[in-house]
Design a protein around this ligand. Structure first.
Ligand SMILES: *Cc1c(COP(=O)(O)O)cnc(C)c1O
Length: 357
């Protein structure tokens, strides 16, 4: 049994899926499970997401892992394919692909394939990362429509860059940009990831693409998941491996950069950057010990970190410690570290055991 583990609550996953369905009752769901299902274990999560319409991954190798695990759900490659040689494998493994560049269009229409591929043609509505500009879109659509390698109808997709900013009017404008590109013979339309699913109902269309919200985390920096009745799926836990008397004026950890302002007791927790707990976490980052929040003190090291338990504490070696999840949201923790919850949950290392509830 591993002392440092991420408890994955599959009931919470089902609950969040229900919440999202209620939010967008007329839309299909493409559940986003890229990056090892945001650290939650891609195969387990895929196996437990049965009541959905498709799975979204970023890379071809992620899709292969799923197919090798005998997962038969439709899969969409969100970044498309990167090499023409892979196209027959997309056919063989029944993978759908986003098409976002002229190189991909050329490779696809010039390939020799046994069967046509289901594609999602991507419009760039303002992220300026992937996708065709509005002025190229129709031309690409026509080229693809007349290719024997493209299964009709062609589906349409876009991705917002500011949907998590609730009072930014740009998202409505981007929705309009997308809507004027819908062709009379095009297929499904998909615009919304978690933020747009929760905040921009006019973007729901045929298929929503939630990632972070499925895992019970708010896509908004200034709103907690509870406001949307989402429940955290991952709880990162470890234990106290030492409780030590610590005198006023004594330092702790590498660099001796925290010095106790008064006599206290310090707890040593078996988690560090070797597990994916960020080294940049500053003094005061909240950590949950026996139902109360205590501050991180001293530098996070590879295998341990230290917390200030207070002079009168009754905590003892072996007690459970929660780094984030149930009782302490990853959103709250991430703010202290100057990052987002997405990064925390995605960066756990292989040393952390995933335990499914
Ligand atoms: C990652 C991703 C999503 C999911 O985003 P969340 O903010 O996690 O919901 C949706 N669509 C695309 C294209 C993505 O890359």
């Amino acid at each position: 049994m591993n002392i440092t583990r991420a408890i994955i609550n599959l009931k919470a996953l089902q609950h969040n899926l229900k919440v999202l369905k209620k939010q967008a009752p007329n839309s299909k769901i493409l559940a986003i499970i890229k990056a090892n299902a945001y650290g939650h274990g891609m195969i387990e999560i895929a196996k437990n997401l049965t009541d959905i319409h498709g799975l979204g991954v970023a890379r071809f190798n992620e899709a292969l892992v799923l197919r090798h695990a005998h997962i038969k759900t439709p899969i969409v490659l969100l970044e498309g394919f990167f090499a023409k040689e892979n196209l027959p494998l997309l056919v063989q493994h029944d993978l759908q692909t986003v098409i976002h560049s002229e190189e991909q269009v050329q490779d696809l229409i010039s390939a020799t394939l046994d069967k046509p591929l289901t594609i999602w043609l991507k419009l760039d509505v303002g992220m300026h990362r992937l996708g065709f500009h509005a002025h190229q879109f129709k031309k690409m659509y026509q080229l693809l429509k007349h290719s024997k390698n493209v299964k009709l109808p062609i589906n349409l997709i876009c991705h917002f860059n500011c949907a998590d900013e609730l009072d930014n009017p740009i998202t409505e404008k981007q929705i309009q940009l997308f809507k004027v590109q819908i062709q009379e013979d095009s297929g499904l339309n998909s615009l919304a990831s978690s933020a747009a699913t929760l905040a921009w109902p006019t973007s729901h269309a045929d298929m929503i693409r939630p990632g972070i919200a499925l895992y019970g985390i708010s896509p908004f920096a200034d709103k907690e998941a509870e406001e949307f009745s989402l429940q955290p799926v991952m709880t990162l836990k470890s234990r106290l491996i030492a409780v030590r008397e610590h005198k006023k004026g004594e330092a702790v950890g590498y660099g001796a950069n925290w010095v106790a302002p008064q006599d206290t007791k310090l707890g040593v927790v078996a988690v560090g950057y070797g597990d994916g707990y960020p080294r940049m976490a500053p003094e005061g980052t909240p950590i949950l010990v026996n139902g109360r929040i205590v501050p991180l003190v001293g530098r996070v090291s590879m295998d341990m970190l230290t917390v200030d338990l207070g002079l009168d504490c009754t905590d003892k070696v072996g007690d459970d410690v929660t780094l984030w999840g149930e009782g302490l949201s990853a959103t709250r923790v991430s703010k202290h570290m100057g990052t987002v919850a997405y990064e925390l949950i995605t960066k756990l290392t292989a040393r952390v055991e995933l335990q499914y509830l």
